[in-house]
Ligand binder design. Structure first.
Ligand code: MTE
Ligand code: HPA
Ligand code: MOS
Length: 808
């Protein structure tokens, strides 16, 4: 057992050192706005909201088969079960029955076609959660079962897609392949991932006056839930209010997939006139909701003697499950990231969206980007082995650079030096080359335990690729005691967005953070909002809040110029500033200060509006899906990680023994929170690629449906040496909020260094001449099988080749 104090180089030290004693405005390290509430259990989540005594509890009747036709649904015994108040199916839906978020395809309840195990057939409302769950078992369900399609590659070959195939092409890739001195091809399977948010899907709906509803939901996209609830109830949007204070984690799993539960609860609340609450049991949550898309990727790439890419062909197939959900944009993002940080040369990238009979796969931190990047990181390792160079050398040669600075979708990469600087600094600080030598020496003497080392970079595009989503609104009130209330369209899921937005307001108004309070996200305060996703929450809502705050500031300046020191000819409007809780004019002995509280009081009496709404939309971005060209991203966020692993090649067990990260957040809005996002993202990325294995049986039923069978990283999986630092001295080259950069998703992909280090350890079994195929998650079983396969091949080739020292 390890304890906290055993972690000698824990990066929380960096976090503490970053904590400055100042007013807490944007740019300074401050604890999460709810940190104390989180750790004392006083932070309220959906199930903590007290509902009136007459509230009903909902349980769902789910399909036990993956594909078929519903031939009989007899719910008489369900209706008669103790405590049951209402039972509904598709015929009881007053309005729309399709709740597909972007494209149609998601029926709220099965009509007759069943598309996956766990699809909703009916819902029961009862006086207790237990009564509702027991009643569900009384249903008589008959299904004409049909064969389930579970293999995405076979589905793609049959042309079974949820959305059309998209292609991005730059130059003559075929000619680049034909003329290349070396060509390699390979394929990989990249696994999916369960979100495993600590708070599962949950919702409480109360009926309101007239025909309306009030919806409390754990949700990344309140406005979309408002729309869908209104549509299923067949009432106007203004009759639905959605409130969202905080989520116990979302990670993309509540961007679209929090809505169905709200819709079901809303129908029941309206029918019964009683508050209705729903909370999915963990196993149901895991079966019913979509996950990160598993991908099948292939490459055929040409390169020169130095290992520099000349061009080629990449195909990615996303396993979308039964419906489109967000898969169009997710596979697009995989394609946008098939280059990661490297110029592909003349390349074609093709993305397929395969339809299978599983839950509809959805957003998950990185949104397809991680799955796309995996193919090119595999290629970097493979090329290095082919030409006999260290993988880091090959990666560095392929980084975007002057002359090779345009992506396969036509976006110019700016800040070209940044990634080179990050890699160079990290190479130094992690002592890469000395450790490489030490590991080579160790492996030569150690027949069973093999160590591996890898540095992988990340370049991640920031902006929603659906252009219209790149907008945000905010609402700011100043009350007469000088306290400030800010509200915006973003949602808090633990990432620290509310803390950052408060810091922005504090900085604009020259106030201590304590004077600024944020309230729950509500569709009746800021309307028509985008999901909090694509890592852009702080970029978009921070700018909108800044816009609102600067309107108030300008109004106060106008007022103060007229109102104060009239006998001395008034105040100089141009020299005014808000700092340290006061309006300040002039300098030195001539300085005049009007305390914030006094200023606000006077403005109120002077009948000045102390409320403002702010708005922001991201400039410059565009993408033409017809030509596959454009500038979909406002900017890129960068980073790099070095991971070292130790692998037992006779059991497949391994440990991450050290990780070093250098990450680019521009000029950080809050270094403490950013470091936390980097640590968490990296570990979650490592979990995706190593221990988190989704298993379905032949009938399409998810069997890894709880923490006993699905292994997320635990405390003991943290590397004993974990150095996380923020890249200094590189403000965002674009005018983002205070030149900061988005941080939510990019560090997730730093976890690829762990996977690459495992491949490096395995490659040592071949004297670094071969690169093993290592599908993900690279569980100990997969690592062992890869080691066995390499040993087998070595046995058959040692007769003709020199014996390697490394052979066991
Ligand atoms: N961090 C925590 N603690 N919990 C979360 O659910 N979600 C991630 C990331 N970091 C998440 C998180 C995802 S998927 C995204 S898109 C961003 O946070 C969203 O928040 P932001 O845009 O404010 O960074
Ligand atoms: N990222 C995350 N969520 C999204 C996106 C995106 O690019 N587009 C639509 N939802
Ligand atoms: Mo994050 S996957 O964009 O919610």
């Amino acid at each position: 057992m390890r304890t906290l104090t055993d972690i000698p180089q824990d990066s929380s030290r960096n976090r503490r050192q970053a904590t400055a004693r100042d007013g807490g405005a944007a740019g300074s390290a401050r604890a999460h706005e709810s940190a104390i509430k989180h750790v004392t259990g006083r932070a309220a989540y959906i199930d903590d909201i007290a509902a009136p005594a007459d509230a009903v509890h909902i349980a769902l009747g789910l399909s036990p088969v993956a594909h078929g036709r519903l031939t009989r649904l007899d719910l008489e015994k369900v209706k008669a079960a103790p405590g049951v108040v209402d039972v509904i199916t598709i015929v009881d839906v007053p309005g729309h029955t399709d709740i597909g978020p972007v494209f149609p395809g998601d029926p709220i309840f099965v009509d007759d076609e069943i598309s996956y195990v766990g699809q909703c057939l009916f819902a029961v409302a009862a006086t207790s959660h237990k009564a509702a769950r027991l009643a569900v078992k009384e249903a008589i369900v008959e299904i004409d079962e049909q064969p389930a399609s579970l293999d995405p590659v076979a589905a793609a070959e049959r042309g079974e897609f949820v959305r059309p195939t998209h292609v991005q092409e730059s130059g003559d890739w075929q000619q680049a392949l034909d003329g290349a001195p070396h060509v390699l091809e390979s394929e990989q399977f990249v696994g999916g991932q369960e979100h495993f948010y600590l708070e599962g899907q949950a919702c409480l709906v109360t009926p309101t006056e007239d025909e309306g509803v009030m919806v409390y939901t754990s949700n990344q996209h309140p406005s979309e839930t408002q729309k869908l609830v209104a549509e299923v109830l067949d009432i106007p949007f203004h009759a639905v209010t959605v409130e969202m204070r905080r989520m116990g984690g979302g990670f993309g799993g509540k961007e679209t997939q929090a809505s169905p539960w709200a819709c079901i609860a809303a129908i029941i609340a309206r029918r019964t006139g009683r508050p209705a609450r729903i909370r999915l049991p963990r196993a149901e949550d895991m079966r019913v909701t979509g996950k990160r898309h598993p991908f099948h990727n292939r490459y055929r790439l040409g390169f020169d003697d130095e290992g520099v890419l000349l061009g080629g062909d990449i195909t990615v197939i996303g396993n979308c499950g039964y419906s489109p959900d967000l898969s169009e944009a997710i596979v697009d993002r995989a394609m946008f990231h098939a280059d990661n940080a490297y110029s592909l040369g003349q390349a074609r990238v093709t993305g397929h969206r395969a339809r299978t009979h599983t839950a509809s796969n959805t957003a998950f931190r990185g949104f397809g980007g991680p799955q796309g990047m995996m193919i090119i990181e595999a290629a970097m390792d493979d090329i290095a082995r082919r030409i006999g160079e260290d993988p880091l050398t090959v990666r560095k040669r392929n980084l975007y650079r002057p002359g090779r600075d345009v992506t396969h979708y036509g976006q110019q990469v700016e800040q070209l030096d940044l990634l080179h600087d990050i890699v160079a600094q990290l190479e130094q600080s992690s002592d890469y080359w000395a450790r490489r030598q030490a590991i080579a020496n160790f492996n030569a003497r150690s027949p069973v335990i093999k160590k591996g080392l890898a540095l992988t970079p990340v370049k991640f595009g920031i902006s929603f690729t659906a252009k219209h989503l790149n907008q945000a609104g905010a609402l700011l009130h100043v009350y007469t005691d000088g306290s400030v209330m800010i509200n915006h369209g973003g949602t808090e899921m633990g990432q620290g967005l509310h803390t950052k937005v408060c810091q922005v307001v504090a900085r604009e108004l020259g106030l201590d953070l304590e004077r600024v309070r944020i309230t729950a996200t509500r569709t009746d305060k800021v309307p028509n909002t985008s999901p909090t996703a694509a890592s852009s929450g702080a970029d978009l809502n921070g700018q909108a809040a800044r816009d609102a705050a600067s309107q108030i500031r300008e109004r106060l300046f106008d007022f103060a110029a007229e109102h104060f020191f009239k006998d001395q000819g008034g105040l100089d409007r141009e020299g005014m500033r808000l700092e340290n809780g006061a309006l300040v004019v002039g300098h030195g002995s001539d300085v005049k200060r009007i305390p914030w509280g006094e200023l606000v009081q006077a403005a109120y009496l002077g009948r000045i509006s102390l409320s403002a709404k702010g708005f922001y939309s991201t400039p410059l971005i565009h993408y033409d899906r017809e030509t596959g060209k454009g500038r979909p991203f406002y900017y890129y966020a960068h980073g790099a990680a070095v991971s070292e692993v130790s692998v037992d090649t006779l059991s497949g067990e391994y440990q991450l023994t050290r990780a070093d990260i250098l990450h680019d957040v521009g000029d950080s809005l809050n270094p403490a929170i950013d470091i936390g996002q980097i640590e968490g993202g990296f570990i979650q990325g490592m979990g995706w690629l190593t221990s988190e294995e989704l298993k379905w049986n032949e009938a399409g039923r998810l069997v890894s449906d709880g923490p006993a069978t699905y292994k997320i990283p635990a405390f003991g999986d943290l590397p004993p040496v974990f150095n996380v630092a923020l890249m200094q001295g590189h403000p965002n080259s674009q005018a983002s909020i205070y030149r900061s950069k988005a941080v939510g998703e990019p560090p997730f992909m730093l976890g690829m260094s762990v996977w690459s280090a495992l491949r490096d350890a395995l490659a040592s079994l071949t004297g670094y001449r071969e690169s093993p195929r290592l599908d993900t998650p690279a569980t100990p079983e997969r690592v062992l099988m890869a080691a066995e396969a390499l040993r087998q091949r070595q046995m058959t080739t040692t007769n003709v080749e020199e014996t390697s020292d490394d052979l066991v």
